[in-house]
Design a protein. Structure first.
Length: 166
């Protein structure tokens, strides 16, 4: 698993993808996220909701737009919710703001042409993580158990008609 956090790390994404690793882009900058999704082999995109700035009266600064999620659908990139990041955020107004932004991103992700897969990872049980993701608005949340299956389907290694069993 390779995690890129800034623009300098993007070049290493190609090498990690060639090695067959799962590549994750952790960015609160929408412009960097768009460029990475469009030109680099990114598997998962996370921490979009951590962008700094004040929410305005008529829209949330959630770090993502419908355009970005449509690009994610075309390039087979999934949206990742980092549950540990949610827990690390101080309780109160800042955690509520983060949860609201994540809910907004999930709503936009599921509104795209075809739905963007929503993964949730953390240090809790898969059942609890799926329950949290459903409360946040995800229709079919996926966890770490589903990550390997999704990656192989993304690479089209599995032929049609073959069913994967956990």
């Amino acid at each position: 698993m390779y995690i890129a956090r800034k623009e300098a790390d993007l070049k290493d994404l190609r090498n990690a993808a060639k090695r067959g690793e799962i590549t994750i882009l952790s960015s609160s900058d929408e412009i960097l996220a768009r460029r990475a999704v469009d030109k680099f082999p990114v598997d998962l995109l996370t921490n979009l909701a951590t962008s700094t700035g004040r929410d305005h009266t008529h829209y949330r600064r959630s770090g993502a737009t419908q355009v970005l999620f449509n690009m994610m659908v075309e390039n087979k990139v999934a949206y990742l919710i980092d549950f540990n990041r949610i827990l690390a955020t101080p309780a109160g107004k800042s955690r509520a703001l983060l949860l609201g932004r994540i809910m907004q991103n999930i709503r936009i992700a599921q509104k795209a042409k075809r739905q963007v897969p929503v993964f949730i990872l953390g240090d809790r049980s898969d059942e609890m993580l799926k329950a949290v993701a459903r409360v946040l608005g995800a229709r079919k949340p996926l966890t770490k158990m589903d990550l390997a299956i999704w990656k192989t389907q993304k690479l089209k290694i599995i032929k049609r008609g073959v069913k994967l069993v956990r």
